[in-house]
Design a protein around this ligand. Structure first.
Ligand code: SF4
Length: 377
């Protein structure tokens, strides 16, 4: 049976929960760079950048990227005025580059249509690219204390356990339930702190495995704790079936340079970023034959494959990719755009200047690493 919300809690119990959680947050919150406030106010730009980075990425991974990004682009005008390649370069290594492109496009919209202001206005935020309910609630509640809920993996888990919601709160009706729960528990003031407190409790105490109920400020309110159902709520996600993919990447050389290709703006992934040409190998196709074919099909160049540089293993959604990279000499042809939007012959020193994906960065590091057996330069 579905659990309805709000539950039949006396208002005093809900008030007590809010006070306990906020007191705990005041004492235990982590010191994170985007939490800094001036005169009690937080900068909506910094909140926004941090929240976009934190989608799909852990706090520990985000901190250095955030610091580097806001040092280089300290406000929305600086972001809007930057070149997209610079934005992607600053994002390089964080993954999910679509987030960076949306952030950049939204900054340009804000400067063009709202004089570079980041207003306390849900209608403005809702119209920006990449801004969904979560980002809007996170920015407006934290920067302006607007009473808007947020739901992400940590707060979802805390809320489901707190009210012993047994269905899956990630889908359909469960999703609607968890958003209504997040809204109903919000206090009238300190909404941004309360939203963060729920997430922080999930990150530090109410963890997916072995929640520390003995040290939880909400233990006395928590239905899952009372019923001993912490391990069953929320239900575990079915693991994705992983498909193995064998790819070949071709480091095409011409004198002291290698060919870097730019992915087109409509590529499904890593749009406008740079890479050495790569593609899946056919069944039974050997690496040299695949390198020749891939170079020809993707760039129009004829190549003579040489030695293997390295194999980069990485995962993309449900694919486990083994990218075998070989060096190859250009022996004929000229670059023809099509699969790639553009290409450049670059020196080893220039490789670091281009925004590339994490697996391609590993390859490029190996090309110039004096300790690497397969280095070319
Ligand atoms: S009591 Fe346990 S299950 Fe309930 S919110 Fe706290 S840590 Fe999570």
């Amino acid at each position: 049976m579905l659990f309805s919300f709000p539950p039949n809690w006396p208002p005093r119990a809900l008030a007590g929960l809010r006070v306990r959680l906020l007191n705990w947050f005041d004492k235990h919150q982590r010191d994170l760079p985007w939490r800094a406030a001036t005169d009690g106010k937080r900068d909506p730009y910094r909140v926004w950048v941090s929240e976009v980075m934190l989608q799909q990425t852990t706090v520990a991974a985000v901190v250095p990227f955030f610091e580097r990004f806001v040092a280089a682009l300290p406000d929305v005008r600086a972001l809007a005025a930057a070149d997209e390649q610079r934005v992607l370069k600053l994002w390089e290594g964080l993954g999910y580059y679509r987030r960076a492109r949306h952030l950049y496009a939204a900054a340009r919209d804000l400067v063009r249509s709202h004089a570079g202001e980041l207003p306390d206005d849900p209608a403005v935020w809702a119209a920006l690219p990449g801004v969904g309910r979560y980002i809007m609630g996170a920015v407006l509640s934290q920067a302006f204390d607007r009473r808007l809920p947020i739901v992400e993996a940590n707060s979802l888990r805390v809320l489901a356990r707190l009210f012993a919601y047994r269905n899956d709160p990630r889908d359909g009706e469960g999703k609607a339930w968890v958003w209504s729960a997040a809204e109903a528990v919000l206090p009238a003031k300190r909404c941004g702190d309360f939203n963060q407190a729920l997430m922080e409790l999930g990150a530090l105490v109410c963890k997916p495995a072995a929640p520390d109920c003995g040290n939880c400020p909400l233990a006395g309110h928590c239905e899952a704790n009372r019923l001993g159902l912490q391990d069953q709520i929320p239900p575990k996600k079915k693991p994705l079936a992983i498909t193995a993919v064998n790819e070949v990447g071709v480091v095409i050389r011409d004198g002291g340079t290698v060919l870097l290709c730019q992915r087109p703006a409509d590529a499904g992934r890593w749009q406008n970023m740079w890479e050495v040409p790569h593609a899946p190998r056919a069944d039974g196709e050997d690496v040299s034959a695949a390198a020749r074919r891939v170079a020809q099909e993707l760039t129009g160049l004829e190549v003579e494959p040489g030695t293997e540089v390295l194999t980069v293993k990485h995962g993309v959604t449900r694919y486990a990719i083994a990218l075998v990279c070989v060096e190859a000499e250009r022996v004929g042809g000229a670059f023809a755009p099509g699969a790639y939007a553009a290409a450049k012959w670059v020196t080893p020193a220039e490789l670091a200047e281009y925004p590339v994906s994490a697996p391609q960065r590993k390859l490029m590091a190996a090309l110039t690493d004096s300790n690497h057996q397969g280095r070319l330069f």
